[in-house]
Design a protein around this ligand. Structure first.
Ligand SMILES: Cc1cc2nc3c(=O)[nH]c(=O)nc-3n(C[C@H](O)[C@H](O)[C@H](O)COP(=O)(O)OP(=O)(O)OC[C@H]3O[C@@H](n4cnc5c(N)ncnc54)[C@H](O)[C@@H]3O)c2cc1C
Length: 411
């Protein structure tokens, strides 16, 4: 049996290892367009590779065919992934928020162990080979690159369109389309948000570990606690990346999108008490000096401006410890609103929404319902996960289920 795998990302690499480990007599050819495999994997988790999460629920995955991701993930979940990767040499460590990393905290070690396993089980890796087209000839396939290659089964593991410089530029969609598959319009997700706030450039570099809340048409939709980073174009950091999926969907429907940031990173009642104590102790000092030491200096003018804008009637050059002042300052510091005007594109995104329509894929096998012997795994499918290790979990789960089916059928 000859298996052709297109794409040497996490999904394609794991699949090749699982097949060769069980069936050394199968010929497994993995085609990778780059000069090395796993380029994107090295960029994951800020170089640390957050490869799954200790908590896993249906709402961590998204697809137009909403039940599909869990139909696959429930058969090979986070614990299964941790155990399987352990057998390859990848030992886990989890952080307080549930994200799982390799003990070395180096993404490169995950790639090293996948590469070692491919060597050990003698996967035939063909580098710098971009497969442009796949044709079905009788019961088998021809993969067209610089050369033509034959395969009994083809697995498309070409990724989505996020970070196209890593090699995933959406060619898998064309291969799928050639076989009559429907593609759900791809879009970037887990990506930075742009703001038209006029002082945004002055805030560049401010980082706060805090709550960020998403408001759509003035209604609170979601909230995340993690780092928020101000940039010269808008907002970044894990909390923002996490809120980007819903923000983008709303922006695309021309809805008003705002992110509210708690500038202090403490619950509102604690902030209120702090403001009250501080105002009593420091009564008479200037507004600007009152804010010194509780917010980053770069934020002070923005907070003062916001105060004047919303509570101009109460604004005085020297602060007084009045109920109005305490309430107003608490509101501004815990609910600093920024209008969101856009979002960054694929070049900055960590994942892709949309892709090969999963209604045309069998969740028991990841095989095409249209073409026998053709499989799709990983990000090329219309499945994306939340920030926190869920996209790699999807790569492992889909890869495992496809490998299991190919092995069973090959008996
Ligand atoms: C900056 C960044 C950080 C991320 N951090 C995390 C994280 O911490 N945790 C997490 O879960 N997810 C993270 N992700 C997402 C995760 O990396 C992807 O979801 C995952 O890599 C998808 O795996 P894949 O194998 O499906 O595709 P990819 O990793 O995209 O691999 C596809 C491979 O196929 C090759 N290829 C494409 N077309 C062809 C062709 N025609 N012929 C031959 N080869 C081809 C590409 O060169 C590439 O090597 C991150 C993504 C980015 C960009």
């Amino acid at each position: 049996m000859k298996i052709g795998i297109i794409g040497g990302g996490p999904a394609g690499m794991l699949l090749s290892v699982l097949i060769k480990k069980q069936k050394p007599d199968f010929e497994v050819n993995l085609y990778e367009r780059n000069e090395r495999v796993g380029k994107k994997l090295l960029a994951t988790g800020n170089g640390r590779c957050n490869y799954t999460n200790v908590s896993l629920e249906a709402n961590n995955f998204h697809s137009e065919n909403s039940d599909f991701p869990m139909e696959v993930v429930s058969k090979f979940n986070n614990q299964d992934a941790i155990e399987l990767l352990k057998t390859l040499g990848i030992y886990p460590i989890s952080e307080a928020d549930g994200r799982v990393f390799p003990l070395s905290l180096q993404g490169s070690s995950v790639l090293d162990f996948l590469r070692l396993a491919m060597e050990r089980y003698e996967v035939n890796v063909i580098l710098e080979e971009k497969i442009d087209r796949v044709r079905k000839v009788g019961e088998s396939f021809v993969l067209e690159g610089k050369k033509n290659y034959k395969a009994d089964k083809v697995v498309v593991a070409t990724g989505g369109m996020a970070l196209p410089s890593s090699g995933s530029d959406g060619i898998g969609y064309r291969i799928a389309k050639d076989f009559g598959h429907r593609i759900i319009e791809p879009g970037p997700t887990i990506v930075q948000l742009e703001s038209d706030y006029k002082r945004i450039k002055a805030l560049k570099g401010v980082r706060i570990n805090t709550w960020a809340s998403l408001y759509i048409d003035k209604k609170k939709i979601d909230e995340k606690f993690a780092d928020v980073l101000f940039t010269d174009y808008g907002l970044s950091g894990p909390a923002i990346m996490d809120l980007s999926r819903k923000s983008i969907a709303a922006l695309n429907q021309n809805k008003k999108v705002e992110i509210s940031i708690n500038l202090i990173g403490l619950p509102k009642d604690e902030v209120k008490q702090m403001i009250k104590d501080r105002a009593e102790n420091l009564e008479g000092i200037s507004f600007e000096n009152f804010l010194l030491g509780i917010v980053n200096k770069k934020l002070i003018i923005s907070v003062v401006n916001q105060y004047k804008l919303l509570y101009n009637r109460d604004y005085e050059e020297q602060i007084r410890c009045t109920t109005n002042f305490v309430n107003a300052m608490t509101e501004i510091l815990t609910d600093f609103r920024m209008n969101i005007s856009g979002y960054k594109g694929f070049a900055f995104a960590q994942a892709t929404t949309g892709g090969v329509d999963t209604r045309e894929i069998d969740p028991m096998s990841l095989e095409s319902k249209k073409v026998k012997g053709l499989y799709f795994i990983g990000e090329v499918l219309d499945v994306d996960g939340d920030c926190g290790g869920y996209n790699l979990q999807w790569a492992w789960s889909s890869s495992y289920i496809a490998a299991k089916n190919i092995l069973e059928r090959g008996k």
